[in-house]
Every structure is written in C-alpha cells, then in structure tokens.
Design a protein around this ligand. Sequence first.
Ligand SMILES: C[S@@+](CC[C@H](N)C(=O)[O-])C[C@H]1O[C@@H](n2cnc3c(N)ncnc32)[C@H](O)[C@@H]1O
Length: 197
Amino acid sequence: MAVYNRKDSYYKKAKQEGYKSRAAYKLKELNTKYKIIKNGYKVLDCGAAPGGWSQVALEIVSDKGFVVGVDLNPITGINNKNFISIAGDFTTDEILNQVLNVCPLYDAVISDIAPHTIGIRDADHTNSLELVEKVYDFTIKTLKKGGSFLFKLFEGEGRKGLVERLKKDFKDVRIIKPDATRQGSMEIYIAALNKVN
Ligand SMILES: C[S@@+](CC[C@H](N)C(=O)[O-])C[C@H]1O[C@@H](n2cnc3c(N)ncnc32)[C@H](O)[C@@H]1O
C-alpha cells in the first residue's frame, strides 16, 4: 500500500508542478546533495525523454547555461531557447557527432538512459550496463576536468567493476537510491564527482 501511495504522490506532484516525469524529483534530490549541475553549466542529458530531468537541469543552469537532451524518442513541449533536443540512438557515431557539434566539452553529463526491461534481472542488468558503458566512454572524452557524471544503472554483478573504473577517473564515487525511486526497483544511481583529468 505504502508503495502505491508514494508512487502516486510523486506522479501527482509532477503533474501539478508541470514536470514531464516523476523522475524530475530524483534529479532534484540528487543534485541538492551532490551539486552535479550548477548555474551556467553546459549539460548533456542522455536518455532524456519525456524531459523531466532536462526541465530540472534548465532551471538550475538558468539563462547562463544550456542543456542538450538526447533520446530515441523526440522530446517535445520544452519551450526554452537554452534547450537543444537531439532525437536518435546514443550508441551510434552519427548521434555522438551531433552532440559534439553542439558542444565539444560539457560541465556535467547526466544519464537516466535505460533499456526496455524484460523482467529477468541478469539480462536487464547486462543491457543497462552496456548502455551505461557507452555513455561512460563518451563522457570521458567530453566532460571537462572537475566535471561530474550522474547515471542510472540496473543493479547487478557488473556494478563492482564499473565503480572500480570510475574511481580511477573521478575523485569521489557515490551509489544512491533516491527517495522517488519505486520500492523494489532494481535501479540505482551512481554519482561520479570531480573528474580527475
Ligand atoms: C527512464 S527514461 C528517462 C526519463 C527522463 N530522465 C525524464 O526525466 O523524463 C529512459 C530513456 O532512455 C531512452 N533510451 C534508451 N536507449 C537509448 C539509446 N540507445 N539512445 C538514446 N536514448 C535511449 C529511452 O527512450 C527512454 O526515454
């Protein structure tokens, strides 16, 4: 019962406050704690549709920064001149080049990218990890020194190796389950803070 009440409360809150997804509250919570995005930042949002995270990021960066949102699905209804939407597959060179053409060096990369889940934990984890690794490889090239990388992962045995790798590239790595995450969900968020080089 508590699970559904909580789910409903975030869903209703998002509707009332004009956010495109309840996920918006996960980014608000994570950013309040870890200051991944700041005023004036250039932000890359991977797996951005329908656009809740991008809306929150746009509020934080203000008129001084901008947000590039990439998703397989087009993101509609965000009427903000500081928002650039790219529709396509983040795992393709064509889309990566488009992202680079907009901006070669970002201050923060956030990724809520997720595969279609099939309900088999190992398979969902493997598919999620594959996507995350693609985003990570790109992030290493396009995130400025001192910048931070926040992403979602479906829990599984590959997490340990990934965190080890992150610890070499970032000064601080945190694993978090936000309050707005549904109970029983296998999603976790990893905040890799302060890129070393
Ligand atoms: C949980 S949703 C993101 C929700 C979003 N953060 C928000 O607040 O509205 C995950 C998104 O990842 C996208 N996605 C999955 N695989 C992708 C890929 N290869 N390239 C781009 N987007 C992808 C899906 O289309 C989906 O919209």
